[in-house]
Design a protein around this ligand. Structure first.
Ligand code: ATP
Length: 586
């Protein structure tokens, strides 16, 4: 049962156990509210039989007082089992989702954007917090306690019990039958919310381009439409739920009327005594309160299915697994007839085979969209290949745990991710246990001194959210310093020196030459000048290896590489036309 609950409500094991506890607590709480009615019934009978001042009367009065104590106790127990447990559980659930995301292959992120995932971890978890603390325990608690009371009522008088309870299945059936409508409404509401969250995120991310293109007004109009759509969908969803819940509640209220009516008829008929009539009126007035709440809770539980499905989509997604023991001999990276497609299904790499040898620089060049970045990502198992295989030192990387595999790689991407912390700590990401001296040594090699010395706190300066206080070249130097610090045997460079000025570029290239000694280096290069000193060039075009070999050899062949070199030589001679500058001056 625990496993089923875990799956049904996307809970941890402890969360499922706590949910059961919460339900039991609610049952006891509901029953404790009904106990006084039974005692009052016994008390009335005692008084009617002339037992004023008798021991039994005192016993029932003390019993009533004890019931108040029991109500307090069960309320505390219920509060503990639901509210406190729920906050622990939502924390556990958020961490387990984040942990899972860490292990999910990057292909999953192609289908999901940041706003969607953030909303699952934050908003969906909050929604389930409520479901877990209120809706589910109260619903189950009310159903179990009502069933127990119903059995008792049938014991007293089956005719009155029928008059009191016929409304229950009808009311629950009305809400239950609305399940499809509600799910459709909440799924559409969720779609509208996601479209709105995407729009807001995109607006913030692209605010610079929107301003530069005077496109803010048009964009904000579109965003306004998305915000209105969320409002519209929320109202529709509330209305849809309200129609069913209010109808079911009205039916429930009919129960009191039928008890009064049937009770009166039976009283007149003489087949019912006054205390039993009194008991039924008393019980029914208490019984319908939790049931009314239960109807609303049932509707809310139905609505949470959309949130649960979104969480389960992450939790059930297969993760990249593998051996945590490295068995590579050396660090040659070999692509063997690799075929690969992203989520879109379009084949991006067709039949890619090449070897990047240890101690050599292998440069990936080729026209834009040819597959260079894809090849370098596959080398680090960011995705798994569809056909063929990739080995490092003879070890098939698809069989190695991704995090273990990445210990062999130092990666310098074009777009560097930085954290809102000091320069020193941002570099230390390369190796968490590095001493300050080691971090500073790596920073010096990457030529970070030049800009760190200019800042008031040097390497202890805060760099703002995602390094907003740094230039593109400075960000890249931090990334290079991380690679120096990690000192991994395989280095993936994505045009690492692209955004550095001429002076720094030269300094860094010298440092890189030191770093890459006896390492496997795979560099994505857009400028032919960068790769002239490479040991091997692999030209990728249309997802295939068009040619490969030493730069001198490829220059002799009349192929794509030679054409690219010639084109770049020509473009390097390009300058801003004088006429253009002249026109601007006027
Ligand atoms: N995440 C992705 N999802 C779907 N398709 C992608 C993704 N990333 C890249 N592609 C597609 O794969 C193809 C190869 O892209 P890739 O980035 O590997 O080329 P590239 O040679 O590095 O290009 P560039 O020199 O412009 O950076 C392109 O058609 C691109 O549109």
């Amino acid at each position: 049962m625990i496993a089923k609950l875990q799956k049904k409500f996307a809970l941890s094991r402890q969360g499922a156990v706590d949910l059961v506890r919460g339900c039991i607590a609610c049952v006891f709480q509901n029953l404790s509210f009904l106990f006084p009615a039974g005692l009052l019934y016994r008390l009335v009978i005692e008084l009617m039989n002339g037992g004023v001042g008798s021991g039994a009367t005192a016993f029932y009065l003390v019993g009533c007082a004890a019931c108040i104590g029991m109500i307090l106790l069960t309320t505390w127990f219920q509060y503990n089992a639901t509210y406190f447990a729920t906050y622990t559980e939502s924390g556990v659930r958020r961490i387990s989702l984040a942990e899972k995301l860490r292990k999910i292959p990057l292909s999953f992120f192609g289908k999901k954007d940041l706003a969607d995932l953030t909303s699952t971890i934050m908003a969906d978890c909050t929604f389930l917090e409520q479901a877990f603390s209120h809706f589910i325990p109260e619903l189950i608690g009310a159903m179990i306690s009502t069933t127990l009371v119903a059995v008792g009522l049938f014991g007293y008088d089956w005719r009155m019990a029928l008059a009191a309870l016929w409304v229950m299945p009808v009311a629950f059936a009305i809400v239950g039958l609305s399940s499809r409508v509600q799910q459709r409404l909440s799924a559409r509401q969720m779609d509208a919310k996601m479209a709105c969250a995407d729009g807001i995120q995109e607006c913030i991310e692209t605010v610079r381009d929107l301003k530069a293109n005077n496109a803010e007004d048009g964009y904000l109009e579109g965003l306004d439409g998305k915000i209105k759509a969320v409002e519209h969908r929320a109202i529709l969803s509330e209305l849809g739920t309200a129609v069913f819940v209010v109808s079911a509640t009205l039916i429930l209220k009919l129960g009191i009327a039928t008890v009064a009516l049937v009770g009166s008829i039976l009283l007149v008929d003489g087949s019912l005594d006054v205390p039993t009539f009194f008991l039924f009126l008393l019980v029914v007035s208490r019984l319908y309160d939790p049931l009314q709440g239960a109807l609303q809770n049932l509707a809310a539980v139905i609505a949470t299915r959309t949130n649960i499905a979104r969480m389960n989509e992450i939790l059930d997604h297969p993760v990249q697994t593998g051996d945590t023991h490295l068995t590579n001999r050396g660090c040659d990276v070999v692509f063997d007839h690799v075929k690969f497609a992203y989520n879109t299904g379009e084949t991006v790499l067709r039949d890619v085979s090449f070897t990047a040898r240890q101690g050599e620089v292998t440069a990936l060049v080729g026209p834009s969209g040819g597959g260079k970045t894809t090849v370098s990502r596959l080398a680090a198992r960011f995705w798994d290949v569809d056909q063929g295989n990739i080995t490092v030192g003879g070890m098939d990387i698809s069989k190695i745990d991704p995090e273990t595999l990445l210990s062999l790689y130092a990666i310098v991407f074009q777009d560097v991710t930085l954290f809102d912390n000091t320069i020193l700590e941002n570099i230390r990401i390369g190796r968490r246990d590095a001493t300050d001296e080691q971090v500073l040594a790596a920073a010096r090699l990457a030529n970070c001194d030049e800009f760190a010395d200019r800042l008031p706190d040097g390497y202890q300066s805060q760099i703002g959210e995602n390094g907003c206080a740094l230039s593109g070249g400075e960000r890249q130097r931090i990334s290079i310093a991380r690679a120096f610090l990690k000192d991994a045997p395989i280095i993936l460079l994505d045009e690492a020196t692209a955004s550095l000025d001429v002076e720094n570029e030269t300094l860094i290239q010298t440092a890189l030459s030191r770093l890459i000694r006896n390492k496997t280096v795979l560099v994505i290069a857009h400028r032919m000048r960068t790769v002239a000193g490479a040991d091997k060039i692999v030209v990728l075009a249309n997802g295939m290896v068009a040619e490969q070999g030493a730069p001198e050899q490829l220059l002799q062949d009349d192929g794509l590489y030679r054409r690219m070199v010639e084109l770049q030589n020509r473009s390097q001679r390009w300058t801003i036309p004088g006429g253009l500058c002249g026109r601007e001056a006027h």
